[in-house]
Design a protein around this ligand. Structure first.
Ligand code: 5AD
Ligand code: SF4
Length: 453
């Protein structure tokens, strides 16, 4: 009789939706599961554990999860008919917002776990495998980062030369459209020593470019080893000293938290890339007020001017919402005007989606869907023109590219420009992880084609 090999690894399939913080969290959950004997798989039908790391920022995001869970239910039934166990888990912001409701709507789900409790995943998984339905959505008092396994070199190697590092989580701003303060909780900053140690690990594993993550990353603050209170500018300066780390970025920022030190860091730190994602959401002061953004359009323009004075080649990226309740044609025109004033290298724009439990959802003068559609189209046309112009202006220039990975075409590699553009270059140029000087020969909507300079 043949027995299954002792200790044969269980397999986990993780699917990540939404923001970069979810990407980071998925990696840390995979690390925690690896310690429990789970190996990752890309084939969902082979998975003993299916984990969806979800996003709740807009309506469609949550609905997508429920339809995906419907397909997973069928898969689970099919595996059960072959005597195979499948644990179905939902993590992320939908898990936090909907909790037990997910299991009510889709009983095939065994485990619901919110972002503040990922360090409890192994224990929750054991309970689920015993047949319990597990819902873990408390705001844990203990620090999840302290309890999650530290990334190990072997786990980082092969993930590439760029990496995310979460330094801050949660948000206290309560913009009236946004669920984040409810799903991710209030602002928490990780301590300096923890962040430095993790960045050193990444550097040892060959990472050259680190992007610091936080819902409000520029609100990060922490006690430094000198006993003083550090802001993000100081932290970036410290990380820039780590051998091997050549490039730093941070995202996402709130205009109210861009302090002088951080703006000076853009002037003084060569490692800090000239690219800033600074969402404004709307160009109408009336709407900004209704959104509880707590700044005006003029504040934002003035801030961008100061950042550009500190670092003239900085590219600005942003987020916009069209059709917030009460938005008139004049309000929307003011948004288009602001976009023309700033000139964005890249931007994301969305139709307002009322999120249950947020103040915006209670407002009476909701904007008709057709109006939102039309405004979104006009805004996106303008933003995409600006992006194309920004990219086209790179033609003929000599820039640095970080060689990142093999390209789609044989013989090519893809690098990354300081402004987050993919740079397509011949594979004979440098090695993966090298930063090389290249001349841009041709440009696409977002990509740059380059030869050695
Ligand atoms: N509707 C539409 N867009 C939203 N965003 C956040 N909440 C909503 C919502 N309810 C957008 C904002 C934010 C980005 C991450 O998602 O532009 O900056
Ligand atoms: Fe949401 Fe506003 Fe906080 Fe950003 S700053 S996460 S938009 S509440």
């Amino acid at each position: 009789m043949t027995l299954p090999a002792a200790g044969a690894a269980k397999k986990v399939f993780v699917k990540t939706y939404g923001c970069q913080m979810n990407v980071y969290d998925s990696q840390r959950m995979s690390d925690a599961l690896a310690a429990e004997g789970y190996a990752g798989t890309d084939r969902i039908e082979d998975a003993d554990l299916v984990l969806l790391n979800t996003c709740h920022i807009r309506e469609k995001a949550a609905e997508k999860i429920y339809s995906e869970l419907g397909r997973i239910r069928d898969l689970k039934a099919d595996r059960a008919s072959r005597g195979l166990e499948t644990v179905v888990g939902v993590a992320g912001c939908v898990a936090q917002a909907e909790g037990r409701e997910i299991i009510r709507r889709q009983p095939a789900v065994d485990l619901v776990i919110g972002p503040q409790t990922y360090h409890r995943l192994p224990e929750a998984l054991r309970k689920a495998r015993n047949g319990d339905k597990v819902v873990e959505t408390d705001y844990a008092i203990e620090d999840k980062f302290e309890h999650l396994p530290k990334p190990r070199r072997s786990e980082i190697v092969g993930r590439g030369v760029t990496a995310f590092l979460t330094v801050q989580e949660g948000c206290d701003k309560f913009c009236t459209f946004c669920v984040v303060p409810y799903t991710r909780g209030s602002e928490v900053s990780r301590p300096v020593a923890q962040i430095v140690a993790e960045a050193e690990k990444l550097a040892e594993a060959g990472v050259r470019e680190v992007t610091l993550l936080g819902q409000n990353v520029n609100a990060w603050h922490g006690g430094g080893p000198d006993g003083g209170e550090w802001g993000l500018g100081r932290l970036l300066a410290r990380l820039a000293e780590i051998p091997g780390i050549a490039r730093l970025r941070y995202t996402t920022s709130h205009p109210r938290d861009m302090d002088d030190q951080l703006i000076e860091a853009h002037r003084d730190l060569a490692a800090l890339m000239p690219y800033l994602h600074l969402p404004v959401q709307s160009g109408s002061d009336r709407i900004l007020k209704a959104m509880n953004r707590r700044h005006t359009t003029a504040d934002y323009v003035g801030l961008i001017e100061r950042i550009r004075a500190a670092r003239p080649d900085v590219a600005i990226s942003g987020d916009f919402i069209v059709g917030f309740p009460g938005e008139t044609d004049a309000d929307f025109d003011a948004t288009l005007e602001l976009v023309r004033t700033i000139g964005y290298a890249q931007a994301f724009s969305f139709k307002y989606s009322p999120r249950p439990g947020t103040p915006g959802a209670e407002l009476k003068d909701q904007v008709a869907e057709a109006v939102k559609d039309e405004r979104l189209q006009r805004l996106q046309a303008l933003l995409s023109r600006q992006q194309r112009d920004f990219t086209a202006a790179m033609a003929g220039r000599v820039i640095d590219a970080l060689i990142e990975k093999p390209g789609r075409q044989p013989g090519q590699r893809v690098g990354r420009s300081p402004w987050l553009q993919p740079v397509i270059i011949d594979e004979t140029v440098g090695e993966i992880g090298d930063i090389v000087s290249v001349r841009i020969t041709r440009t696409g909507q977002t990509s740059l084609f380059a030869e050695p300079a």
